[in-house]
Design a protein around this ligand. Structure first.
Ligand SMILES: [Fe+2]
Ligand SMILES: [Fe+2]
Length: 192
């Protein structure tokens, strides 16, 4: 594993992100590392995905929209409404490639889809998605969080589905927050 490269990327994140966001990122990296070992995914790729997944989160929603327009990235209606929540992953994937030299499509996809998920995700994509949700700094106010953690370490896909259920339950309470992609992802995986 190229630990110098990982250290460099951590340093970059420390510079752009708030302290609490940086702590979150390191927590996600650690969970990605362990899940990659357990589920047989390239550990370095998982760590890179963890470190960089929120690399655009420091931006304002307006700046994210501007970046998308400049890069010819399509913005859906819901993304335009909730740019900070939904576009940081898309812009994050662009920055991972352009600013941090990541060319591995699997890592870039993991970053791009870490908020909503998508049907047919790779194992690395699912690992980042769940790590983002269960990392140790996440508050215990998330319903069933410890149960979900336990499930993820025992059965990645079962844990992944539980997280999608939680996200949808949360989003359904705030209907305006729903990105149809999360629902599509859930339907795809429960029917699998
Ligand atoms: Fe994120
Ligand atoms: Fe995150």
């Amino acid at each position: 594993m190229d630990s110098e490269k990982l250290e460099y990327l951590r340093k970059c994140m420390k510079e752009v992100l708030s302290d609490s966001r940086y702590r979150h990122v390191i927590g996600v990296e650690e969970v990605c590392h362990d899940l990659a070992l357990i589920y047989g995914v390239d550990v370095e790729s998982a760590c890179i995905a963890g470190i960089l997944h929120d690399c655009a989160k420091y931006m304002t929603g307006d700046d994210m929209i501007r970046e998308c327009v400049e890069h010819g990235i399509e913005i859906s209606k819901i993304e335009r409404k909730l740019p900070h929540m939904l576009l940081h992953s898309k812009v994050g994937a662009v920055y991972a490639r352009e600013k941090y030299g990541i060319n591995d499509e699997d890592i870039l996809n993991a970053i791009e889809f870490h908020t909503t998920g998508r049907p047919g995700m790779s194992k690395l994509e699912r690992i980042l998605f769940v790590a983002d949700y269960i990392e140790p700094n996440r508050k215990d106010s998330i319903p069933r969080l410890n149960e979900i953690r336990e499930t993820v370490y025992r059965d990645l896909d079962e844990g992944f589905i539980k997280i999608l259920e939680n996200k949808l339950a949360y989003l359904n309470q705030n209907e305006y927050l729903i990105d149809p992609r999360t629902e599509e992802t859930y339907k795809y995986y429960v029917n699998k």
